[in-house]
Design a protein around this ligand. Structure first.
Ligand code: PLP
Length: 419
């Protein structure tokens, strides 16, 4: 039984398909993982995760020796993932106290943490300073006032600026345009830099920008570097994340090499030669490392035929009307097929649609559906919509499956209710 090579290329790098059509990831068959851990379950290919981290780190270092990759942990804020990224030598960016606490718990060195947030509280900044976070990204004047009022040694900061670049992506995840809620416009940024440079509280290491997520053209990244170059000479320029990925077999996305070529060329053209170039990939680092397994619960023949599974936007909000990403999938023991179906979830919204006109091989109740490209923002955006239990995460490597997050229980569903 064959699998469309374009579909196969969406799965983690260690994925194989046996002659009789059985998919394996990390040397473990996907149907056996569904049997052992139940469904829905998120399966992470550890080798794929590590390989991708190295591609970014080595690729950037090769092009610009003065460089640094931070994992944008908002894309997969799970202890085991933090640990892998830290082991691979990446710095970690966190947005808020929750991600900061998780990163530290996972063993990330505080001096390798970059703290973000457009609405940091007194408590979050105090925690960051107490923890010894290496870099705080100042977003606004209130961050400046709060940091000035906190005791402590000089704090290394980057200032987040709005480059005024319209990234070609969905409005909900664009962040670098004029009027964005993140950072300060260029003119105000100059004043904020001058203010911080005059204060003994701040070590102004440089500039930060991030123009958005799921960006499928590299030109906007280069444009943003150009836009901030006139702010002065700094030690560090952190140009954020944002590289987009393919979700369906016919999608196209720039490769890591194309992305790195674009940002390093822009840095060479516009930034001081000795400045450090930092990037913060999230989605493009983790998306392809995970496959989510579901079981078919309902097959409703008709025009169209609906195949419903035991998960949905509760475990993958990207596939909702909010982001509108459409996914791809196949059956874990019968890839291919030519039954055209609407693959839908179980949450009570018509926008809970994973894929339209998806070819499957005679799907039946109980079949395991293997959905690739679910590593980014699925765990981040988990909810208990319709009382869904948050699914487990299983790492697979060299034929061994390890549970790293267990499934939520019904008791936990209302454990915080006090009345
Ligand atoms: C400041 C910052 N850096 C990095 C990222 C990672 O972006 P992506 O997952 O698109 O690479 C984000 C997410 O939008 C972000 O807000």
């Amino acid at each position: 039984m064959t699998i469309d090579p374009a579909l196969l290329s969406l799965y983690p790098t260690t994925t194989t398909v046996s002659p009789d059509g059985l998919l394996t990831v990390g040397g473990v068959s996907l149907t056996s993982l569904a049997d052992t851990f139940g469904t829905p379950v998120q399966v992470v290919d550890e080798v794929a995760l590590r390989t991708r981290a190295r591609e970014f780190a080595d690729g950037l270092a090769r092009r610009r020796s003065n460089s640094n990759v931070a994992f944008a942990s908002k894309s997969f804020p799970c202890t085991a993932v933090y640990r892998v990224m830290a082991e691979e030598g990446l710095h970690i960016d966190v947005a808020g106290a929750g991600e900061l606490v998780t990163a530290v718990k996972a063993g990330v060195r505080p001096d390798r943490i970059v703290l973000h947030g457009n609405a940091k509280t007194d408590a979050e900044l105090a925690l960051a300073v107490d923890t010894g976070v290496g870099t705080i990204v100042v977003d606004n004047w209130d961050d400046i006032t709060r940091l000035e009022s906190l005791p402590g040694a000089r704090q290394s900061v980057l200032l987040r600026v709005i480059p005024g670049v319209d990234a070609p992506t969905m409005a909900a995840i664009a962040t670098g345009h004029h009027g964005s809620k993140f950072g300060l416009p260029l003119g105000e940024a100059r004043r904020a830099i001058a203010h911080m440079q005059a204060s003994s509280r701040f070590e102004v290491s440089g500039i930060h920008l991030h123009i958005g997520s799921q960006i499928l053209s590299v030109d906007a990244f280069a444009e943003a570097v150009d836009a901030v170059a006139g702010l002065g000479r700094f030690d560090v320029y952190d140009v954020g994340g944002g590289l987009g990925v393919r979700y369906q077999r016919n999608d196209k996305a720039p490769s890591i090499d194309e992305y790195l070529n674009a940002v390093t060329a822009a840095a060479s053209a516009h930034l001081p030669d000795d400045a450090e170039l930092w990037i913060e990939p999230g989605r493009s680092l983790v998306a392809q490392a995970a496959v989510t397994l579901y079981r078919v619960t309902t097959v409703k023949p008709g025009d169209p035929t609906f195949v419903a599974v035991d998960g949905g936007i509760a475990d993958n909000l990207e596939a909702s009307t909010y982001v509108g990403t459409r996914m791809d999938a196949t059956l874990a023991d019968r890839p291919g097929g030519d039954d055209r179906v609407e693959l839908v979830g179980r949450q009570c919204e018509s926008g809970d649609l994973f894929a339209s006109d998806l070819p499957l091989a005679d799907p039946r109740i109980g079949d395991v559906v293997a959905m690739p490209m679910t590593g980014a923002y699925s765990y981040t955006l988990l909810s208990n919509y319709n009382g869904a239990l948050r699914p487990p995460i299983v790492f697979v490597r060299d034929g061994v499956a390890t549970l790293v997050v267990r499934r939520e229980t019904y008791d936990e569903l209302n454990a915080r209710d006090v009345v």
